[in-house]
Ligand binder design. Sequence first.
Ligand code: 13P
Length: 234
Amino acid sequence: MKIIASNFKTNHTRQSTNEFINDINKFLKDENIKNDIYIFPPSTALDNFDTVSNLCIGTQNAFYVKDGPYTGEIGHSHLDEFDIKTILIGHSERRHILDETQKTVSLKFNYFKALGYKIIYCVGEPLDIKNQGLSQTLGYIQEQFDGIDLSYKDMIVAYEPVWAIGTGVSCGLDDIATIHKKLAKKTTAPLLYGGSVKLDNIKDIINIPNVDGVLIGTASWHKDDFKKIIENCI
Ligand code: 13P
């Protein structure tokens, strides 16, 4: 059983998300696909979707509140409305572009953990750290676990090296295997790899030991591509 997750990032409208999810849902049903599929649409496209049990819709982000005076943020009351109980936390775009600190990330983690959410928790090193070698990379990732309960039962950890995200250059298979082996020693959570996963590398990546699935951006935004990727993980 593999996990295949699509992160829409700032792509797809409410209408195209609806079409995408309904189409993927029908595909999973028609093809009797058993893998666990996650889709993370933008917040404006969240809704009550009628899906098969192995298709889960999550949020890319939320603030660690129920509601209140936090302009531009959504809280968990907005997720409750659609029965959304799955969240991405720690994505590198939020850390490095939106300047979320480890403190903020851990506050989010602990807030949504207390609510029993399924948390896809993302870690990964930028290029300058990778270039300093494996021990620097592992040290950097270790700091991204500060304040994070690695024994939380509803957690999935996604290793997404920053330099591999959206670049078309995926991490080497041996390097993925090395990092995932280290992660598997820290946690029993399922482990995903993300960073330029696409049709031509999905089969190799999904079969690496300690890789329980993938978190995909670019290559998952067209439903036909996403369906082909899902087919390649059967
Ligand atoms: P890409 O697949 O576009 O590299 O993005 C990966 C990612 O950031 C998924 O969260």
